[in-house]
Design a protein around this ligand. Structure first.
Ligand code: ZN
Ligand code: ZN
Length: 161
């Protein structure tokens, strides 16, 4: 499915091809929490970086490299330089992948049958995490990648038959 997204002020419009767009992965790490805000977590989708189409690229000048264990991470977090909306993450170590923030996507995403809560060790204490059979909790990284999770649930586009 082609996902369309934008920043809040509308200066950046983008679209990208994705077969793994269920917004199931809530990351509570401090980088996601502080750069994206939301409910104390961010939701990253997985898309095909080579299919990224950006209108007004000059408005995506803001790129942030978080420091992890004292070292700048090569991962690039891209923001609208006018309104500051967090748009996507791209990492030169995995150049074919793009992780758009679910919050920046305007395409109506499907409701996820299960929610994975990750990096709960870094969660802020005020954030309530839902419990129950449809919620999986992980102190750090979850057991499945975004790809594996979609495959496991029969939700990977093109592989659902
Ligand atoms: Zn903007
Ligand atoms: Zn995170």
């Amino acid at each position: 499915m082609r996902l369309s997204g934008s920043c809040h002020c509308g200066s950046v419009q983008f679209s990208v091809e994705s077969g793994t767009y269920y917004p199931f992965n809530r990351c509570y790490c401090s980088i996601c929490r502080k750069t994206t805000g939301a409910g104390g977590y961010a939701i990253n989708l997985k898309a095909d970086a080579n299919s990224l189409d950006v209108e007004d690229k000059e408005n995506v000048k803001k790129v942030y490299h978080a420091h992890i264990d004292g070292k700048a991470s090569p991962a690039e977090r891209h923001f609208c330089s006018k309104c500051g909306s967090h748009l996507w993450l791209w990492d030169p170590r995995w150049p074919d992948l793009l992780h758009p923030l679910a919050a920046a996507i305007d395409t109506d995403l499907p409701k996820t049958p299960e929610t994975v809560h990750l990096m709960l060790g870094s969660k802020a204490s005020w954030v309530d995490v839902p419990d129950g059979p449809d919620h999986k909790h992980f102190p750090e990284y979850p057991e499945h990648s975004i790809d594996e999770w979609h495959r496991l649930h029969g939700l990977k586009e093109g592989e659902t038959e």
